[in-house]
Design a protein around this ligand. Structure first.
Ligand SMILES: [Cu+2]
Length: 347
């Protein structure tokens, strides 16, 4: 059985390498390290089965801004590239369901010391990894003419635990068909309080963004997809009346109603004429960000002052307020979602 792994992070299965639409290049970062005494704890490897495929923006910038680049390539053709492996040692800065942000020493032949987010080859071990833990691991990375890409961590050994007994990690909910969506409260682009309950009776497509996101394949792509869907729905007045779009920012401190209004009206292309009657841009109060992002399975980790490392989550909610479908990556196609919305609206 072929396992489908979507998004730029991809993986390696049974000798087959799946290249990714995004490529990364590494700049120079210098981060000081101190190594604590080693306390071998565990090393586990399991067959990976990703039940959910969130994926993150790379890179947490610590020292030098502008040293990294993420370039976008339009190629989606499968091209194999040699697999390389590098030993790495570092301290965990943060974790989310599929990635660890690692502050690591220089990796000769691969990159300088830096802090960066890595996908876990086996995401099931994440509950055993905690901020502050010192680990050794192998970085598996593909290499082709354009450079290294798709780094993943495997063979992780915790060699120094930050704390002996950690409380259980944040549990992310995986949205599933039929799940009741809680009545989360939001502040929209008009400064008006809205909640999910107000959309009952309509089919709602929700996605998560933050307006300062600069990576074309992440938030900007979600917003462009939504703009395309908005246009497609607009062409069918009956369907338009039964549907609604909702873009939720997980960065309420920056994404105020005024910021969301400007951002949203640029995506709809109606600018000052936009009424937002069919597409709201909203943000929860800061203290409610964890609850809503956990429910919708959006991993968000602060980067530097202006960046957030995050995964993507787009959810189709039926007229009854229950989840109809979840799209965890950036690979869904607007046309397919319109079909799903049409079907949900007919129910
Ligand atoms: Cu983004």
């Amino acid at each position: 059985m072929q396992e489908h792994l979507r998004g730029w992070t991809g993986t390696v299965k049974a000798g087959k390498r799946r290249p990714l639409p995004m490529q990364m290049r590494f700049g120079d970062f210098c981060v000081a390290h101190d190594d604590a005494g080693e306390v071998p704890v565990s090393s586990r490897q399991r067959i990976m089965r990703l039940r959910r495929i969130s994926f993150l923006l790379l890179i947490v910038l610590f020292v030098v801004a502008g040293c990294h680049q993420v370039t976008h390539s339009s190629s989606s053709e499968a091209v194999s590239s040699p697999l390389k492996s590098f030993p790495v040692r570092g301290r965990i800065v943060a974790t989310d369901p599929t990635h660890v942000t690692l502050d690591h020493a220089a990796v000769p032949g691969f990159m300088e010391a830096m802090t960066m987010s890595y996908k876990l080859k086996d995401s099931s071990i994440v509950s055993e990894l905690h901020p502050g833990d010192l680990i050794t691991a192998k970085i598996l990375v593909e290499q082709d003419a354009a450079g290294f890409r798709n780094p993943q961590l495997e063979n992780i050994v915790v060699v120094g635990q930050a704390k002996p007994d950690y409380a259980p990690k944040v549990q992310y909910h995986v949205p599933q068909k039929g799940d009741d969506v809680p009545d989360f409260k939001l502040l929209n682009q008009d400064g008006k309080r809205i909640d999910f309950g107000r959309f009952k009776g309509r089919v709602v497509l929700v996605t998560f963004i933050y307006t300062r996101c600069q990576l074309a394949d992440f938030c900007p792509r979600m917003s462009m997809n939504f703009a395309e869907i908005d246009k497609a729905l607009d062409a069918d007045p009956a369907l338009y009346a039964k549907t609604h779009l909702l873009s939720i920012s997980f960065d309420p401190a920056y994404d105020t109603p005024a910021v969301l209004k400007k951002y949203g009206s640029a995506y709809t292309g109606r600018f000052a004429k936009e009424t937002f009657s069919h597409w709201d841009f909203a943000a929860p109060p800061a203290k409610e960000v964890p609850a809503i992002t956990q429910f919708f399975n959006v991993g968000v980790t602060p980067g530097d002052a202006k960046t957030l490392t995050h995964s993507l989550s787009t959810v189709l909610i039926g007229k009854d307020g229950k989840v109809v479908a979840w799209y965890p990556t950036n690979e869904w196609k607007p046309a397919d979602v319109v079909v799903a919305m049409r079907a949900a609206a007919a129910n």
